[in-house]
Design a protein around this ligand. Structure first.
Ligand SMILES: Nc1nc2c(ncn2[C@@H]2O[C@H](COP(=O)(O)OP(=O)(O)OP(=O)(O)O)[C@@H](O)[C@H]2O)c(=O)[nH]1
Ligand SMILES: [Zn+2]
Length: 356
């Protein structure tokens, strides 16, 4: 019974005090007013009770794909209805900012542990785009990993990997080809049974192809899952959260795809994609620790003055640097939080065992 929950990524430590495991389930798909959930009773439909609408203060309070929820059962018109009593605290969340509303975010995918950023190798890697995706991943609270796809179309996959590594700040990088299956077992090994993974990347990057390879068939997007809810009625639905045959979970929601488009639209036009010219000027500055502000002998300021380096390009570079720093701080903070939680658990544990 526990095993079934664990398949869906359940970690026992997350069980709230006094709640039986039979009442825990994970949201695998979201409809307008209903959720497909997976718990110890298998696939069921659930909805939020009326009081939920009054007690919730924002859309973020509502269940989303990937959420763990606590259920209660109620009889309505002689039928058993599953109600979502509570959404358990999320370890991470992809939030989409609803257009036009500043504060009303919407959760697109919850409790994601890893974000696979898929970048095709048929062209030069767009560093700026990659940075955007890294930023999105860090912002969600999940850990990014970079997958360089379509390696079969690259003359020098290893060289491209090295180039990406120079901007990826220690994020793991994998090479993959759906044609030769190069890197497949390495990728599989990166997916633990309690991992929940979201794939991001531009259209045509090869996300669906890789997901289908991991699932072992063309399951995502195409097929339907037949399920039997408590009422004995059949509901045909396509799940957006899928358990891999080798363990681990992938989430493929339209929301994540829309999020990607949003990030792509957000990009600013930039003719070149690498900052090697800027790096060269920086190395030419007189002072090693030049801040490129008021120092004399600053090659950057000189390049700006002569027009060799455009102000726009320099500003863009600085902006990315700030985003980097922000993302890095955010990640450090998340690590700190996790650490804190671990210590809390440990101290609780030691107190308990001390009493015995
Ligand atoms: N040569 C080569 N082609 C690939 C590889 N992986 C995917 N493709 C092809 O690239 C095209 C796009 O792949 P998809 O998996 O649909 O890309 P996607 O990222 O899911 O795209 P969207 O659904 O638009 O977001 C398809 O025609 C695939 O057959 C690969 O490793 N090598
Ligand atoms: Zn300088």
């Amino acid at each position: 019974m526990q095993q079934h929950l664990q398949q869906f990524g359940w970690k026992n430590e997350a069980l709230p005090h006094g709640v039986a495991e039979t009442r825990i389930a994970r949201v695998t798909k979201e409809f307008k007013n209903q959720y497909v959930i997976e718990g110890v009773h298998g696939t069921q439909l659930a909805r939020v009770p009326g009081k939920f609408h009054y007690t919730s203060t924002s859309r973020l309070d509502y269940p989303a794909v990937g959420d763990w929820v606590v259920l209660s059962e109620r009889q309505e018109n002689e039928q058993d209805i599953q109600l979502v009593e509570a959404v358990l605290p999320r370890s991470s969340a992809f939030v989409r900012q609803a257009a036009g509303e500043e504060t009303a975010g919407q959760i697109v995918a919850a409790n994601v542990t890893k974000v696979f950023i898929v970048i095709p190798l048929f062209a030069e890697v767009n560093v700026r785009k990659l940075e955007r995706f890294l930023f999105t991943a860090w912002d969600s609270g999940a850990s990014p990993e970079i997958i360089l796809s379509k390696a079969d179309l690259s003359e020098d996959a290893a060289g491209q990997k090295a180039a990406v590594a120079s901007v990826a700040m220690g994020v793991p990088i994998h090479i993959w080809s759906a044609v030769t299956y190069e890197g497949f077992t390495d990728l599989q090994a990166r997916i633990a049974s309690d991992d929940t993974i979201v794939f991001v990347g531009t259209s045509g990057a090869g996300k669906s192809t890789l997901m289908n390879a991991l699932v072992g068939q063309e399951l995502l997007k195409t097929s339907a899952v037949r399920s039997d809810d408590h009422r004995g009625r059949h509901t045909t639905t396509h799940r957006e959260l899928v358990v891999l045959p080798t363990g681990g979970i992938v989430i493929d929601t339209p929301g994540v795809r829309e999020l990607q488009l949003w990030y792509e639209e957000d990009r600013q036009p930039m003719s070149e994609t690498s900052f090697s010219d800027i790096k060269q000027w920086m190395q030419a500055c007189f002072f090693n620790d030049c801040q490129h502000e008021t120092e004399s002998g600053c090659a950057i300021k000189e390049a700006l003055a002569t027009g060799d380096l455009s102000q726009e390009r320099w500003d863009n570079f600085l902006k990315l640097q700030r985003e980097y720093a922000y993302a890095k701080r955010k990640q450090d903070k998340r690590l700190q939080l996790e650490e804190k939680k671990r210590w809390k658990r440990l101290s609780k544990y030691s107190k308990r065992s001390g009493k015995r």
